[in-house]
Ligand binder design. Structure first.
Ligand code: AMP
Length: 474
């Protein structure tokens, strides 16, 4: 936390080399301590180093690159149509969220920003570009559209961020990204982030970065320890009833409910509305303005429940979702990790419930449990920490029911004590993560990438007290 001692403001964010303006801005947002990715990335970004980072959304990754960028870009101004930095994101929602974060972090700076995403008019975006932007946040397709119309020039971009590179790969955007990077100056700083650093992603990343600092803060496909995960077996036709009972039983602040198919989203939306729940939908077939409206209603608490598809899942950044419900078991195991990653973010506690109802679900659950390396407990079963976990992919006699209250003895007291434990364990978990992160950037990483060239170690915390000259200024 930033606090005043005499006239000196202290904050762990200042210790990372960030300016007072930023330390105050994050303090106002309630950030007390940097997350592991922020600790690892911010000093290096300030020193102009390239980054090859593995971090999932929910780890505080956005601030790890936007905060230092704001301080770097503060020393200069943009020319018309020539952005000074570029952040590429795979989806409109993710790009919009990065823009929102940038807006919040830069309240004490005079920097301009433009957001180029599909589904919104070209003319407003062109007007913003004409004024000159310090930070351009874009999806690859829309950026190329503007570039081809001659509305944006990329030769002045000094910092490039490629966010969620694995998602870019899944969505077939890597060729577009390569084209865009071809229009940028060779002398630039590049920050490349991906939820996982698989061999393939590492290979792609190395095309864009020079002597990067490699940062890995979370194991690939791990689920946060702060999320309690529970499974309920029922019949397909009982699912809506089971969900309603869960929604009434749990102490909900807000929740995201995931469905596998868009038409199920519509059915569930009408059903929950009929039962007087405060609910909205978010999926790829909605217009961009309807999607943004639903998201903002949810974020600002006007809507408590959001029924979403997986396309919407990855980009969602809602700071304090208390619950995630998988109305369907996702057929892709990684989607499970992304779905439940909407809760328990940045060390907060959260609950995730999955409804299973078919033979296929058994198969999907097996893949999920293999991926996350743990069994998902049946609802009502306490996690004792020993090897008492159920094989969640098997419906158990006496647990298979549409009546969730039957399956959840003493939920209130159990739930409360679990959440207390989670809170007290939060700091320890963060420290543990930080330690693991550091180990991963040290000897273990050297062993993993023996051919990686590394610049000499630097001294000091920021580029103000270092002799290092950032790549883009050399
Ligand atoms: P991200 O991984 O960037 O999507 O961030 C996930 C959430 O964590 C966002 O809601 C951020 O506002 C929040 N967050 C990021 N950094 C911190 C921090 N140091 N302390 C508390 N919350 C944070």
């Amino acid at each position: 936390m930033a606090c005043i001692k005499g006239s000196v403001i202290t904050s762990p964010f200042l210790d990372l080399g960030l300016s007072d303006g930023l330390a105050n801005a994050v303090d106002a947002l309630g950030y007390e301590t940097p997350t592991p990715i922020q600790e690892a990335a911010i000093p290096s970004v300030l020193m102009g180093r390239d980054i090859l980072g593995s971090a999932q959304t929910g780890t505080g990754k956005t601030a790890s690159f936007t905060l230092p960028m704001i301080d770097i870009l503060d020393a200069g101004r943009a020319k018309a149509r020539m952005p000074r930095s570029l952040i590429l994101a795979p989806t409109r929602e993710l790009a919009a969220q990065v823009a929102e974060s940038f807006g919040k972090f830069s309240v004490n700076h005079r920097l301009s920003m433009a957001l180029l995403i599909g589904g919104v008019s070209f003319s407003d975006q062109e007007a913003a570009l004409d004024k000159g932007v310090d930070v351009l946040i874009a999806t690859p397709g829309r950026l190329l559209d503007h570039f081809e119309r001659g509305k944006v020039l990329l030769q002045d971009v000094k910092i490039l961020v490629i966010d969620e590179a694995d998602r870019m790969l899944d969505m077939g955007f890597i060729p577009d990204v390569e084209r865009i990077v071809g229009y940028l100056p060779v002398m630039r700083q590049t920050l490349f982030f991906s939820a996982t650093l698989s061999e393939e992603i590492h290979k792609i990343g190395k095309k864009f970065v020079m002597n990067p600092k490699i940062i890995e803060v979370a194991k690939p496909a791990s689920t946060a320890d702060t999320v309690s995960q529970r499974l309920i077996w029922t019949k397909p036709r009982d699912k809506r009833d089971v969900l309603r009972k869960l929604l009434r039983r749990e102490t909900l602040q807000n929740a995201v409910i995931f469905c596998n198919r868009k038409r199920d989203i519509s059915t569930l939306l009408s059903s929950l509305k009929r039962h007087e729940f405060n609910v909205a939908a978010l999926h790829g077939d909605m217009t961009q303005s309807a999607r943004l409206a639903a998201l903002s209603d949810f974020k600002e608490g006007r809507v408590t429940l959001l029924i979403a598809s997986d396309v919407a899942a990855r980009g969602l950044d809602i700071p304090s979702v208390s619950h995630v419900f998988n109305f369907d078991v996702p057929s892709n195991a990684e989607d499970y990790v992304h779905r439940i990653g909407r809760t328990g973010r940045a060390g907060r506690s959260g609950s995730a419930f999955t409804l299973a109802a078919s033979e296929d679900d058994k198969k999907y659950l097996h893949a999920i449990e293999t991926l996350i390396g743990q069994s998902i407990l049946l609802d009502g079963q306490e996690n004792t920490g020993d090897d008492q976990t159920a094989d969640a992919s098997t419906p158990k006699a006496g647990k298979k029911t549409g009546n969730t209250s039957d399956t959840a003895p003493d939920t209130d007291s159990g739930g409360k004590s679990r959440s207390r434990n989670k809170k007290s364990g939060k700091k320890q978990a963060m420290n543990e993560n930080a330690r693991t992160g550091n180990e991963k950037t040290g000897a273990a990483r050297d062993a993993k990438y023996p051919d990686e060239k590394r610049p000499p170690e630097w001294k000091g915390n920021s580029f103000r007290d270092s002799d290092h000259i950032p790549a883009f200024l050399r």
